[in-house]
Design a protein around this ligand. Structure first.
Ligand SMILES: [Zn+2]
Length: 183
């Protein structure tokens, strides 16, 4: 393949990812991080391909708690756990079998963006009423691999894996066993 063909293929891949992320209502900042496109370029894609739809910019003001909506209820926690498993499957995280840590596979890039879209789309198919948006999926990824506010742990009762607040004490029970216990 000639260098120009390579460049064209790379550009096309970034463009297709941007379209996919816009369809999932990702914010401009997230699209920029994964595609490397400028905000102007992203706004132009909105204008050309999604007329009438505004680019979603990062909201100003205090950032809301990053983890409460991900683990605040058994339902959300179950959905976050499903997504974490899909992250392993699509290769955006690599699970260390010894430490159970989730080191990032790559800095934000096209490969990461594609893997996150694959995981999010599988989640939408697997869950009848998904509560988590693409941006929360992005937050979940960041909290697991860079901020380390969440971690993947194993349930003491059923041994299933689930996402847990890294700093909270719980009874080492996954959301499903926790729900059953209170049923
Ligand atoms: Zn369990």
């Amino acid at each position: 393949m000639r260098a120009t063909d390579n460049r064209y293929a790379g550009e096309r891949e970034r463009f297709e990812l941007a379209i996919r992320m816009i369809e999932h209502e990702a914010r401009t900042g997230t699209i920029r991080l994964c595609t490397g496109f400028t905000e102007d370029r992203i706004r132009n894609i909105y204008a050309s391909y999604f007329p009438g739809r505004e680019a979603v910019r990062r909201r100003r003001g205090k950032t809301p708690s990053q983890i409460a909506p991900l683990v605040g209820s058994a339902r959300r926690q179950g959905e976050a756990s499903l997504l974490a498993g899909l992250f392993v499957q699509t290769g955006v995280v690599r699970l260390d079998p010894d430490t159970r840590a989730l080191p990032a596979v790559a800095e934000p890039c096209v490969t990461l963006g594609i893997g996150l879209c694959d995981a999010f789309e599988a989640y939408l198919i697997l869950h009848p009423e998904p509560q988590l948006t693409f941006e929360w999926t992005w937050n979940l990824y960041r909290c697991l691999v860079s901020r380390r506010e969440l971690r993947l742990v194993w349930c003491a009762l059923c041994e299933g894996s689930y996402v847990q607040d890294a700093y909270a004490l719980d009874y080492e029970r996954c959301p499903f066993c926790e729900l059953k216990d209170h049923a």
